[in-house]
Design a protein around this ligand. Sequence first.
Ligand code: XMP
Length: 326
Amino acid sequence: TWTAANVVEEQVAAIRARIGTKRAICGLSGGVDSAVAAALVQKAIGDRLTCVYVDHGLMRKGESEQVEKDFVASTGVRLKVVDAEKRFLDALAGVSDPEEKRKIIGREFIRVFEQAASEIVAEAGQGDDAVEFLVQGTLYPDVVESGGGTGTANIKSHHNVGGLPEDLTFQLVEPLRKLFKDEVRMVGQELGLPDEIVHRQPFPGPGLGIRIVGEVTKERLDLLREADAIAREELTAAGLDRDIWQCPVVLLADVRSVGVQGDGRTYGHPIVLRPVSSEDAMTADWSRLPYDVLARISTRITNEVPDVNRVVLDVTSKPPGTIEWE
Ligand code: XMP
């Protein structure tokens, strides 16, 4: 029978057998998947795991602080933080195609991990083994949607599956590859992770980079970060966090519409709210959020975020839409 305790026991044994006395790194995104994967591997190999948090500039407001506060505080894991904003934004400059963005982000993650791995070995001192293993919080649905399941088309390349570069030298350790999100949460609970981590809403590794329809620039990211922070703040204040699966906030950077604000005409961008309810992200329905909450989010975003003069609600289920717009 399936129990979270059995999964932990089996995976810890399997990870120990595979990694042995070698070293591993794990990319932490702040989301629940990578946190649970890291906690499992830490349980198996302790300090021979170093977590790497890549700040790629595509994170939401407060995300970086959150990783350090919640995860390191609760696990005592070794953490290396890499500021890679310039690197990612340079690589994404001029790119609008969603799959191209995803592949670039997947590749840059690996390049940053490679560099971090060699620094970790150098810091550990002479005679230390290279880092051979990369731990990822890949879930079953990530594999399926990236075309890795049997008989499925490639819908989108998740950064940690179809978005990996071909010259990858790490061996991948993916202890959650057969699990769905609700099972991952149970495993996280079993491992003693705090509620703030276990019940966090999903956030994709490519971050806000796949929530800007159009080219990704620093200015656009700053706009979207503000809008996203407002939406999250209001949803939390309304007590809706556990009712919805997640609520991507999307900037239609290539679209403009006419508005009237303050003294006159504006010609700004729309922000899309995409609240969804789901069991496993394989299918989803749009969440029927209370109108007064939607109204507050809309008023605040148009008042507080420059260059945004319209807020629209996505009322598409999955299928036919996916949860993320790219
Ligand atoms: P879609 O857009 O495919 O999303 O309906 C399903 C779930 O997966 C998340 N997602 C990702 N997570 N890397 C991730 O870590 C990715 O590249 C990625 N793409 C989508 C999405 O937020 C939703 O929860």
